[in-house]
Design a protein around this ligand. Structure first.
Ligand SMILES: [Zn+2]
Length: 440
């Protein structure tokens, strides 16, 4: 058992008692009473993974951006394909994308939903999330500046209509374009709105050359930083900006694989840790990289180790030990994700009193059998090892199969949506002849 709770630690053999939606106890040889027993022999029992930034609306466009730069992504996805999305397409993508996440052991996700082309788009995104059964922070966002005239009132409408209960699986946030992707005054409006609603604001900063706008520095000058802010990527922020984020209690979500692909800048993992900021991990776009947070853990480790080794060798020395470990990235994909999203009192570790968001990894499969290093096994696992998934005590995956969803219906809806979105589309990345033969 890999609890991610420092008081409990790793247990070679252990029990988790679930009572309703909560973890009632964690330990060895707990009294069973009249509880139903789930045999987890040859399974790693651990908290569900947490993805702190994913644009779920792109789920039906998987792989299309696999060879794109950031400039191509902005031109083809945000300025072109994004304009084709109907509310139905957003519903399908949120449902499909959230099921994809659950299937890969992610029990909490922040849906960075900057596809609000109408109020109906927001309602349909929430419907898809709710139907999936995942725990999610729904980030309401503008596709592109300027915001529609109904933007502010619709944020308030959606917050009160869909997110009135704090005990819900779904909670609310603002996905702001931020000063690098829109006028500064729009960010000020977003922060004011979020703070009136008492929710977090997430924004992309330090993205490639846009980082030269020094968004964090300017926000700090205007007294706007705070612990309710989630900064995404932060590759080309300065160390001084990291200090400002750390001093204000802010949170950072990094997506090293997409950052290395698209030119956001070198992943900031080590620089953030040195500044006292423990980042959380995110996939960003399944249209660019796959949806596996296990792969993101590996990518994060490899990028940081590669950077440190390269720097040492270029200075004529070699490292005597590695400063970032497998355990560090598992923590980033669990408890640090919970902290980023303001949910650390609810999820992120197997701790009595927290929600029963639990996954069981099958370690009896050829890719990970023979366990010699528990955290490393988690980073080297993948979706096929995700045997069982519970969200709030309810099983959503068991024996390797998604429960409670008619996957034939979801696939049919996804194919229809994909075909609608890509009809007569001539941009790069879509291998049309193949896509017509191979359904999702
Ligand atoms: Zn993003």
């Amino acid at each position: 058992m890999f609890s991610v709770d420092p008081e409990i630690g790793d247990l070679p053999r252990g029990d988790v008692l679930i009572d309703g939606d909560k973890i009632a106890a964690v330990g060895v040889d707990l009294p069973v009473g009249d509880a139903r027993v789930v045999d987890a022999t040859n399974r790693i029992v651990m908290p569900g993974l947490i993805d702190t930034h994913r644009h779920l609306w792109q789920a039906a466009l998987r792989q299309i951006a696999a060879d794109w730069t950031l400039g191509q992504y902005i031109d083809h996805m945000l300025l072109d394909l994004g304009t084709r999305f109907t509310p139905e397409d957003v519903y399908v993508a949120d449902l499909l994308g959230a099921i994809e996440a659950l299937d890969s052991g992610i029990t909490t996700i922040m849906d960075w939903s900057h596809i609000m082309r109408s109020p109906d788009h927001a309602d349909e995104a929430v419907r898809g999330l709710r139907e999936s059964g995942i725990r999610a922070v729904f980030g309401y966002g503008n596709p592109l500046p300027p915001p529609a005239e109904w933007y502010t009132s619709d944020v308030q409408r959606v917050a009160s209509r869909h997110f009135s209960s704090r005990n819900d699986l779904l909670t609310f946030a603002i996905a702001s374009n931020g000063p690098e992707f829109g006028p500064f005054e729009d960010t000020v409006t977003d922060l004011k709105l979020a703070r009136e609603l008492g929710v977090r604001t997430s924004m992309h900063v330090g993205v490639g050359l846009l980082g030269e706008k020094r968004a964090v520095t300017e926000l700090d000058r205007q007294g706007l930083l705070g612990p309710d802010l989630i900064y995404i990527h932060a590759n080309t922020c300065t160390d001084d900006e990291y200090r400002r984020i750390a001093d204000s209690g802010g949170h950072v979500s990094i997506s090293p694989r997409i950052e290395m692909q698209m030119g956001h800048g070198y992943p900031a993992t080590g620089r953030l840790c040195a500044a006292g900021i423990q980042p959380s991990l995110s996939i960003d776009i399944v249209s660019g990289v796959g949806g596996s947070l296990f792969a993101e853990m590996r990518g994060t480790l490899e990028a940081e180790r590669g950077w440190q080794n390269h720097r040492a060798l270029s200075e004529g020395r070699s490292l005597s030990e590695l400063s970032i470990t497998a355990r560090d990235v598992v923590r980033m994909a669990t408890i640090e994700g919970a902290r980023t999203l303001g949910l650390a009192d609810k999820v992120g570790s197997l701790t009595p009193g927290k929600q029963a968001d639990i996954i069981l990894l099958d370690i009896d499969l050829p890719n990970v059998s023979l366990v010699n290093n528990l955290p490393a096994v988690v980073t080297l696992a993948d979706n096929q090892n995700v045997d069982t998934v519970y969200v709030a005590g309810a099983p959503v995956k068991a024996a390797g199969r998604i429960l409670s969803h008619d996957m034939r219906r979801v696939r049919r809806l996804a194919v229809e949506s994909r075909d609608r979105l890509l009809r007569n589309w001539s941009g790069p990345g879509y291998v049309d002849s193949l896509a017509r033969q191979v359904s999702i």
